[in-house]
Design a binder for this molecule. Structure first.
Ligand code: UDP
Ligand code: MG
Length: 329
């Protein structure tokens, strides 16, 4: 950690930020705050809680303001309406000042008691400590959906993606700086985190059930999130269209060759076969043309996202780790 950055961000010493997006979590907030206080009291470090109120219409903002009145560690970021979880996390990462930043949900599915272990790995020199779920306490369909999604994404993603890992994690300031500097609007936060690189490690934990209230991610929103992940981090679906065109064209050429051979050998070929071959050929050609256009669209998409081509490691690891150890975190 460069000294000037530490001083600019936090003149009083090292700081741990908790970024917590909340959307209508009035029944979870008191228990969440209580458990966060217990955990952070034992950490013996400066802490700031960055709560992002994502356009809640329940008592969430009042409860947060109540906490903030007595606790100067609380910082409230209020969005003008409900922009969604990923947008809320993004707002929180931009607002956080910490040298280390933890992202966790506001429904207690990410147990705050895991945070000391995340910090421990950070002090050892890891830049991203992401929490890996060993167990989920949700219904079988949701569990199967998540299971499949993470495996498919890992398989087809252009960026190495860890399995069974959501947004619950601890990140070093330099990782968050890199993510904040990525200008793309559609934020699949766990993907951007993977793209940022540096030293990343998983830490297993048991994901709890929601403490109170109902999930704010509806089925439709979960599908949208999954699509966001695939479209933003993989060109495989597009390539698959190209491969389909190739297969169709090859089939048509093969069939045409056989048919011409048969005709030349004096065997009559039914017109329906000739027409079918022509249709397959034309179909292949059209899908191929779409795939070619798609390749260019993908190139434009990649350019528009303006992700850095590479990210520098910057400083020597030894000095950076030393700065974490000398801190009271
Ligand atoms: N959330 C949010 N905005 C939304 C939806 C969810 O800030 O539009 C918050 C929510 O309050 C919670 C976290 O994001 O703290 C995860 O949401 P949820 O528990 O509904 O998702 P799930 O755990 O079912 O994936
Ligand atoms: Mg949840």
């Amino acid at each position: 950690m460069p000294k000037d950055r530490m001083e600019r961000d936090n003149p009083g010493g090292p700081l741990l930020s908790m970024v917590i997006p909340v959307y209508e979590e009035q029944d979870n907030l008191p228990e969440l705050y209580r458990r966060l206080c217990v955990v952070t009291n034992e950490l013996l470090c400066d802490v700031e809680f960055v709560f992002i109120n994502d356009g809640s219409r329940d008592r969430t903002p009042e409860i947060l303001e109540e906490f903030a009145r007595t606790d100067p560690r609380l910082r409230l970021v209020s969005l003008s309406r409900n922009f969604g979880h990923q947008a809320a996390v993004t707002a929180g990462l931009e607002a956080a000042h910490g040298q280390a930043i933890v992202v966790l949900d506001g429904d207690l599915q990410d147990p705050p008691e895991v945070i000391p272990q995340l910090l421990e790995r950070w002090r050892e020199g890891f830049d991203v400590v992401y929490a890996v779920r060993t167990k989920r306490k949700e219904n079988i369909f949701k569990r199967a959906g998540y299971f499949l999604f993470y495996r498919v994404l890992k398989l087809i993603s252009d960026t190495p993606m860890p399995l069974d890992t959501g947004d619950f994690c601890l990140m070093d300031r330099r990782v968050v700086d890199v993510m904040n500097a990525m200008p793309e609007r559609a934020r699949f936060v766990r993907g951007l985190r993977a793209y940022a690189g540096f030293r990343q490690i998983g830490l297993t934990y048991e994901r709890d059930a929601r403490y109170a209230g109902v999930p704010k991610y509806t089925f439709r929103r979960l599908v949208a999130l999954a699509l966001e992940g695939v479209v933003n981090f993989s060109t495989v679906p597009l390539r698959a269209v190209g491969w389909l065109a190739m297969v169709l064209l090859m089939l048509a050429v093969l069939a045409a060759t056989v048919e011409v051979g048969l005709v030349m050998a004096g065997v009559s070929v039914a017109a329906v076969w000739l027409i079918t071959t022509l249709l397959v050929f034309l179909g292949g050609l059209q899908i191929g043309a779409i795939a070619v256009v798609g390749e260019y669209v993908a190139k434009i998409f990649a350019e528009v996202k303006q992700r850095p081509t590479y990210i520098l490691e910057e400083e020597a690891v030894a000095s950076r780790v030393a700065s974490r150890l000398t801190s009271s975190v």
